[in-house]
Design a protein around this ligand. Structure first.
Ligand SMILES: Cc1cc2nc3c(=O)[nH]c(=O)nc-3n(C[C@H](O)[C@H](O)[C@H](O)COP(=O)(O)O)c2cc1C
Length: 168
């Protein structure tokens, strides 16, 4: 096991309540947005040898989606509680329209070829293994009609965790 695989990640708390960011691209062109939907686990390897992955779910109407679909890697960040307002801002403004990261008061930095933020307490650097859109016909009626009746379904992005910066 790698060192990061021995650590605890309270995933339901992290995604659903604490929220995170998914950040796509590199120093040349990148963007980030707030996410509350996400998963962690293992896949595509033998028992005891699965790849450790994070999956994020991003709607195609986000500018982050444009950059994610073109990138081979992405990063996922989590922050201490005092950055909640910043996360709220990054989840309600688009990088298409403004430099929202400066407006939110975060400091971007490079990490392993991707982008993260000085203020993040936990960053996962991921290599994209899969991207694809949820197909309406496969969705439970409740989701298909309750969430996607008038909305293009989200895409899933499965990323193999390559590196973790954990300041917790
Ligand atoms: C708390 C919170 C959670 C969010 N979770 C997601 C998510 O999991 N997936 C997604 O596609 N959008 C999510 N959003 C919406 C995007 O963050 C939002 O549309 C953002 O402005 C997109 O920015 P962009 O256009 O710069 O990519 C969330 C927003 C908030 C405030």
């Amino acid at each position: 096991m790698r060192e990061f695989e021995t650590r605890d990640y309270p995933v339901f708390e992290m995604f659903n309540h604490q929220w995170g960011l998914v950040t796509a691209g590199d120093a040349g062109r990148w963007n980030t947005c707030t996410i509350a939907w996400g998963s962690m686990g293992s896949i595509w390897g033998p028992p005891n040898g699965g790849r450790s992955v994070i999956t994020v779910y991003v709607n195609p109407d986000r500018y982050t989606w444009d950059v994610l679909t073109e990138s081979d890697t992405f990063t996922v960040q989590f922050f201490p509680p005092e950055y909640r307002k910043a996360l709220g801002y990054l989840g309600s403004h688009s990088g298409r329209d403004e430099d929202k990261v400066s407006a939110a008061g975060l400091t971007p930095k490079e990490l392993a070829g991707g982008i993260t933020f000085e203020e993040a307490e936990l960053t996962f650097v991921c290599r994209k293994l899969y991207q694809g859109q949820f197909q309406r016909e496969g969705l439970a009626d409740e989701i298909r009609h309750g969430i996607y009746e008038n909305w293009d379904p989200h895409w899933m992005f499965v990323g193999e965790i390559l590196e973790v910066e954990d300041k917790r």
